[in-house]
Design a protein around this ligand. Structure first.
Ligand code: PAF
Length: 285
């Protein structure tokens, strides 16, 4: 694999060694098995794989969160070295390379940017759209890979591709979990040990939701979710919503759910100081 840090080098490499199809895996580093599974999918499907590592300040609405975001480029490169091929690239740009000038673009994603994460992290998806569109322009991939753990981000990126007319397929891959069920996330390493031990309650609660849907309606389920998670000291729900996978409109009653859509239970929990998100597809029958 080759490591490049500037747009100039990236373009120089493109001129010589890029074979299509090109797969892009955008990341913010602190790589884990979830990222690795995206990279492995890209390797299976693409002749050239580009993994970008860039902690994008534009998508952090909280300065402390940006400051504390885990960074370990050396370990990331070791991990990638084990799987990437000679032809593949790791792109580790600086802020100046991604934003040579102030990026003042304002995107409009309609409802996608008005619910759940958007309410709790104002400006987050606008920042994601800025960096992802820039990475798409720079690397011009055929396929780009994202984890469905960031369910709303996947919907926003698909909308971005449509709006900007990128000829890129977005490949959304399943949540990869620790053996106890906790969804893998770079932020997991920031959890205090006592809190980490209890964090699988999030996934176990989501699984229960899926089975409860047969007998109970959504208001009762929401009460269950809150009680089951908040019975753990230091755990606080930011939101739990059941939404469709197209417009992400929260449903309040089961009879609002149509047969032509898929539905997901999406949750954000403050576990101590760390914010965790997860989701599960709701089986209706
Ligand atoms: O999911 C992430 O890690 C980030 O939001 C992304 C897509 C790399 C953009 O910074």
């Amino acid at each position: 694999m080759k490591v490049v840090t500037t747009v100039k080098e990236l373009r120089r490499k493109f001129g010589k060694v890029i074979f299509p199809p090109v797969g892009l895996v955008p990341t913010m580093g602190a790589l884990h098995e979830g990222h690795l599974s995206l990279v492995l999918s890209a390797i299976r499907e693409c002749e050239t794989v580009i993994v970008s590592i860039y902690v994008n300040p534009e998508q952090f609405n909280d300065k402390e969160d940006l400051k504390n975001y885990p960074r370990n480029t050396e370990k990331d490169l070791e991990m990638l070295q084990g799987v990437l091929r000679g032809n593949d690239l790791v792109f580790i740009p600086s802020d100046k390379e991604i934003y040579p000038e102030k990026d003042t673009r304002i995107f409009n994603f309609g409802n996608l940017d008005k619910v759940m994460e958007a309410l709790h992290r104002p400006g987050h998806f606008n920042g994601v759209a800025k960096v992802v569109s820039r990475l798409f322009e720079l690397t011009n991939p055929d396929i780009s890979y994202f984890g469905i753990k960031d369910f709303q981000q996947v919907a926003v990126v698909k909308a971005l591709v449509k709006q900007c007319g990128f000829n890129i397929r977005i490949s959304a891959k399943p949540v990869i979990r620790e053996t106890d069920g906790l969804a893998m996330s770079s932020r997991n390493q920031l959890l205090e040990p006592g809190i980490r031990d209890q964090a699988p309650v999030i996934y176990h609660t989501l699984r229960k939701v899926s089975s409860m849907m047969k007998e109970k309606d959504i208001p009762d389920i929401k009460i269950f979710v809150r009680n089951n998670i908040e019975k753990h000291k230091d755990f606080e729900i930011e939101y739990f919503e059941i939404v469709d996978d197209v417009e992400l409109i929260p449903v309040n009653r089961k009879d609002e759910m149509g047969n032509d859509r898929r539905y997901y239970g999406c949750i954000a929990v403050k576990a101590g100081k760390i914010r965790l998100i997860d989701n599960i597809e709701i089986e209706l029958s």
